[in-house]
Design a protein around this ligand. Structure first.
Ligand SMILES: Nc1ncnc2c1ncn2[C@@H]1O[C@H](COP(=O)(O)OP(=O)(O)O)[C@@H](O)[C@H]1O
Ligand code: SF4
Ligand SMILES: [Mg+2]
Length: 326
């Protein structure tokens, strides 16, 4: 097993993931590199199809064919996850790294009571605990989530969408993992429930001193919860900064456009100007900068040459405008 002394909880290096489809190879992640320290709440934002879920599933090593991790490494707590046996990786999931999925219904077993999901998960990872101890542990977490204990015997379909997502959060936090990845956890919920769920994630992250990766297409959400942000575009990281810096002064033209498209309740409809054009086809990527066709600052070089991710002071950006660190 490959391991090393490491001050970062997670270290993803030059990760490439492809889906081999009938139409050709979809380059879903291209050289994705980032580090995450314990206690950080990292937001990963970008439009649909930019590779956010692929990244989440790669970290827990759940990419299924036709998807393949073609190169790169993922060190978690000093251990290279891509070198672990499937058995060891299974023990890692839930206990060390857990995922809150986008759609709770597809992750819950419809014929199992909600309480049984909790009991089974504790049983799988901590078989030495007897039934009473397992139940106590499960009820403790239900209480934290605001789910009344009498609902322990209900089936998933008897829960509302928001309550089902609370169950998923509970299952994700049950074994006190070091890292929780939430993949668009509120997409299927209405605005009021979305706010409650985000508040709950924020509260529990602080209370349990978790390290969080929050994936969302809504950059407004990360402002509330995350202290660092990665912006993705067409399978690449195009900007990384701390949240205050990013909102105060977005560097990449795509980040700037994303921030301009956040609905503003005061100016209402006027601010709902979505970015014109669409991302490139990942089956057939153009030469040059992936954002070229939508960028209002584009110049000749951007059409022919691909920009590297440039390290600036405490932030990174992939754009020729910052080549000399200006
Ligand atoms: N199972 C799959 N087969 C083929 N292509 C896929 C598959 N899953 C994802 N993709 C493609 O990979 C790219 C990234 O997808 P995804 O990671 O789901 O993006 P996001 O979560 O940001 O919406 C998209 O172009 C998507 O169409
Ligand atoms: S490299 Fe060029 S096209 Fe790409 S974001 Fe920067 S200015 Fe725009
Ligand atoms: Mg997704």
């Amino acid at each position: 097993m490959s391991s090393r002394n490491n001050t970062h909880l997670l270290e993803v290096s030059r990760l490439n993931v492809e889906y081999l489809t009938k139409k050709g190879t979809v380059k879903a992640l291209r050289d994705v590199t980032f580090k995450l320290d314990s206690g950080t709440a990292l937001g990963i934002v970008g439009e649909s199809g930019c590779g956010k879920s692929t990244l989440a599933f790669s970290i827990i090593r759940c990419i299924q064919p036709p998807g393949f991790i073609t190169s790169g490494s993922i060190f978690f707590d000093g251990v290279d996850l891509l070198q672990l046996s499937e058995n060891k990786m299974r023990k890692m999931r839930g206990k060390n790294i857990s995922l809150i999925p986008q759609d709770p219904m597809t992750s819950l077993n419809p014929v199992m009571r909600v309480g049984e999901h909790f009991m089974e998960m504790i049983g799988n990872h901590e078989p030495h605990l007897d039934k009473a101890e397992r139940k106590k542990r499960a009820l403790d977490i239900l209480e934290k989530l605001g789910i009344p204990s009498e609902r322990f015997k209900d089936y998933p379909h008897q829960f509302s969408g928001g309550m089902r997502q609370r169950v998923m959060i509970g299952l994700a936090l049950l074994l006190n993992p070091k890292l929780v990845i939430a993949d668009e956890p509120t997409t299927s919920l209405d605005a009021l429930v979305e706010a409650q769920i985000l508040e709950l994630i924020q509260k529990l992250t602080k209370e349990l001193s978790l390290t969080l990766i929050l994936i969302t297409h809504n950059i407004g959400v990360v402002a509330e919860i995350c202290n660092r942000v990665i912006v993705m575009y067409a399978g690449q990281i195009v900007e990384e900064a701390n949240t205050l810096q990013l909102f105060d002064k977005p560097l990449h033209p795509y980040t700037e456009a994303l921030l301009a498209s956040v609905p503003n309740p005061i100016e209402e409809i006027k601010k709902l100007n979505w970015i014109p054009g669409s991302p490139p086809n990942l089956l057939n990527l153009p030469k040059g900068c992936s954002f070229y066709l939508r960028c209002r600052y584009a110049f000749d070089k951007c059409r022919t040459t691909e920009p590297e991710l440039i390290n600036l002071e405490e932030r990174r950006v992939r754009c020729f405008l910052y080549e000399r660190g200006e």
